[in-house]
Structure formats: structure tokens, C-alpha cells
Design a protein around this ligand. Structure first.
Ligand code: SF4
Length: 396
């Protein structure tokens, strides 16, 4: 048995460890590329969500590298996500890959422990030791997803200060490879210092005063750089400090009912969207309010074309919340037709706009550098890695 799973940003070392700890061989699909998207688009229903098409393309790439068992996360809806694995398996069989299995990884409520069944399903030999392996697999998986979130946080903070373009991107790539190779618990425990030390080696220009922008939206699109036309790198290189709550770790902790930051965002969103309608809609609304109160310069909402929940969130953001909170916002809807040139122009125009707005505000002395809101807020950025990277930027 050879197992694979679709790409989703930097998450591959964590999912690879999860399966390998069960004693099963893993192959990774090629990083998402035009060819994979072309195949996904060709064989998918025309109006299905964009992530469905991309992940189908990733599956074909993995099958060509020898995978025979594919793992696809599912939820209980309420949007189309609940059907991905079943439809993709049928499509793959119709394409001629008759012996391929697509195993659902049920993440609707992780405390129901249905995901344990997936771990057992991908393991050919069943015995009592499987339970011990599953515990280790989950422990390593959670640790690695947390470190991946830390790498992503540091990347968003530092790239806008780098003197040599590309340094941050290189460090991120190297760290992901190091994380993949770190498979002993005592080394894994110390990995936070590896992340901090590697980022601190980047030559930075502390005199810059970057804009603070939050990126939010549908999780697959915001995490997968091929699908979002590498928006994180582009913004950083335009001098924007990027903040992103979304990560696999954030999602997993939420599904274990331990994500109090998400609960705070739900509380903020409740008057406008009282229930989960799928995707990240509720949390996007909550995050917009939270970022506006915290004095951010801009907000980016990225989602797949035809994504119902995110389009509903967009309507509320435009019609109600922008009027109330006045935090500049730009929307990007991505699909296979998204083109580099128009995208970059819109992004640059947005950055110019928020830069001008900040200047105006400062001239009018409407904001102070250390802004404190009177409204209650939830200090999400106070993690130890965030603090140490922040102190590194401030020092000097
Ligand atoms: S969140 Fe949006 S893109 Fe994802 S499955 Fe649901 S409708 Fe489709």
C-alpha cells in the first residue's frame, strides 16, 4: 500500500508524518502546477468548487508516482466539502484508475474520533500495536502542524523587512525540509528554536514601516500558493506585513473544541451570521471586525470561485461591516482562469490605496503608533514565537 494526500500549502510534512507513523509508505504529489489543474478541470464537473478540481489533479499526480490509496478530508457539510471524496473516487475509477481507494478523513468533530478509523484503514496489517502507533502519529502530527503555523507566522512578519529578496522564501523551504526530517520527539520539542534561529539569520532593514494586512478566506485557497498566485510572497515583497490566522493547526484545534480564538471570532460574528454555513464564512466576518478594531491597514478576503459560504460572507462584509468599521478590503476569487497580470495590478492598487490612507490618517493625527482600542480584544499574537520574532525586528 502506498498512500498519498493532496497538497495544501506547507502542510505536507505533518500529513506525511501522520501516515508514516502508522508504518505505511507515503508518496507526495508534485507541488500543484498547471498540468495538475488542467487535469482536474478536464475531469471535474464544470461548476464544482475550484479546490475539488485542484485536489483531483494532485491525486492523479500521486497515482502516477505509485500511490494506490488516497486520503481526503471530509466534513459533514453544510457545503460541498462533504462530497469530495466519494465523487473524486468515482471520477478516478471512470478515468481508468480502477484500483484506487479514496479514504475519507472525517474531521467534522475530532472528539468523535472517527479519524482513528482512517488511520487504521490506511494500515495493511492490523494488530494491537496499531493503537500505540496511532497515538504517536497524532502527537507528531499536532506538533508538526503547530511548527508549520509558526513558520508561516514568522514568514508573514519578516518578509517585508528582508534586504535580499528571496531570503525568507529560502528559509521557509529549508525549514519545511528540516521539519520533515525531524522525527524524534526530543528533537521535535526543540524545533521552535530552530525556526527562530533560522529566521534571525535573515538580513533585515529595520527602518521600514510596513503596512499591516490580514489575509483570510477559504482555507485551501489561502494556504496553497499555486492556487492563490502566491499572494503571501507578493504582498511581503511589496512591503506588507502579513497576518493570517488560518492554518491546519488552527483548524485541528478548533475541531478538538480547544480553539478559544475561533470562539472569540464566532462571538464577534454572531450578530451578522449566527451559525456555521460552511467554509470559513463565520470566522472571516469575526476576523474582519477583530482586525478593524486592532488598527490594521487592510484586509484581504480570498476564496474559490463559486464558493457559496465565502460569497455570503463577502456580501455581509461589503454591505454592512465595511460601512461600520471602514477597514479597506479587497476580494479575490480564484479559479483556473485567474491570471497573474490582472491580479498583480489589483494587488498593487490596493497597497497604494492603503498606504495613502495611512499617510492621511497620520497627518490628521487620527492614529498613534501604539494604538489601543477601547473595545475588548483577544490578543492572539502573543505566542512565544511571535514575540521572539517581533523582538528581533524591534531590536537593533
Ligand atoms: S468551502 Fe467553498 S470551496 Fe470549499 S467545499 Fe465548501 S463551497 Fe466548496
Amino acid at each position: 500500500m502506498i498512500v498519498s494526500f493532496p497538497n495544501m500549502g506547507y502542510s505536507w510534512p505533518a500529513f506525511k508524518t501522520l501516515i508514516e507513523c502508522m508504518g505505511v509508505k507515503v508518496v507526495l504529489p508534485d507541488p500543484t502546477n498547471r498540468e495538475a489543474v488542467k487535469i482536474g478541470v478536464k475531469y471535474s464537473p464544470e461548476f464544482v468548487c475550484f479546490p475539488f478540481k485542484v485536489t483531483l489533479g494532485d491525486f492523479v499526480s500521486a497515482i502516477k508516482k505509485g500511490a494506490d490509496t488516497l486520503v481526503m478530508a471530509i466534513d459533514c457539510g453544510p457545503c460541498r466539502f462533504g462530497f469530495y471524496h466519494a465523487v473524486q473516487e468515482r471520477i478516478l475509477h471512470d478515468m481508468g484508475y480502477k484500483n484506487i481507494r479514496v479514504i475519507p478523513l472525517d474531521q467534522a468533530d475530532l472528539l468523535e474520533f472517527k479519524w482513528v478509523k482512517t488511520l487504521f484503514d490506511v494500515t495493511p496489517t492490523k494488530n494491537l500495536f496499531l493503537y500505540t502507533k496511532a497515538v504517536k502519529a497524532v502527537q507528531y502530527f499536532i506538533k508538526k502542524t503547530k511548527y508549520i503555523e509558526d513558520i508561516s507566522t514568522a514568514e508573514g512578519l519578516i518578509r517585508c523587512y528582508e534586504r535580499n529578496k528571496g531570503d525568507t522564501t529560502r528559509v521557509v523551504k529549508e525549514l519545511l525540509i528540516k521539519l520533515d526530517k525531524t522525527n524524534k520527539i526530543n528533537e521535535l520539542r526543540k524545533f521552535k528554536s530552530v525556526i527562530t534561529n533560522d529566521f534571525k539569520k535573515i538580513d533585515i532593514d529595520r527602518s521600514r514601516d510596513p503596512l499591516k494586512v490580514a489575509l483570510s478566506g477559504e482555507i485551501h485557497i489561502t494556504l496553497e500558493s499555486h492556487d492563490n498566485l502566491d499572494i503571501r510572497r507578493k504582498l511581503g515583497e511589496m512591503g506588507v506585513q502579513l497576518y493570517q490566522n488560518l492554518s491546519v493547526y488552527d483548524w485541528v484545534i478548533h475541531k478538538f473544541h480547544l480553539n478559544f480564538h475561533r470562539k472569540w471570532l464566532e462571538y464577534l460574528a454572531r450578530p451578522y451570521m449566527p451559525m456555521d454555513i460552511g467554509g470559513e464564512a463565520v470566522w472571516v466576518i469575526g476576523e474582519y471586525i477583530d482586525r478593524a478594531r486592532s488598527g490594521f491597514d487592510g484586509f484581504i478576503h480570498a476564496y474559490p470561485f463559486t464558493c457559496m459560504p465565502e460569497i455570503s460572507a463577502r456580501t455581509i462584509l461589503t454591505n454592512t461591516l465595511y460601512k461600520k468599521y471602514n477597514l479597506p478590503i479587497i476580494f479575490f476569487s480564484f479559479d483556473e482562469h485567474a491570471a497573474e497580470s490582472g491580479f498583480r495590478t489589483r494587488l498593487e492598487a490596493f497597497v497604494d490605496l492603503i498606504q495613502g490612507r495611512r499617510k492621511q490618517k497620520r497627518q490628521k493625527k487620527e492614529i498613534k503608533l501604539e494604538k489601543k482600542s477601547k473595545e475588548p480584544s483577544y490578543e492572539v499574537h502573543g505566542g512565544s514565537l511571535y514575540n521572539s520574532i517581533f523582538q528581533f525586528i524591534q531590536a537593533g
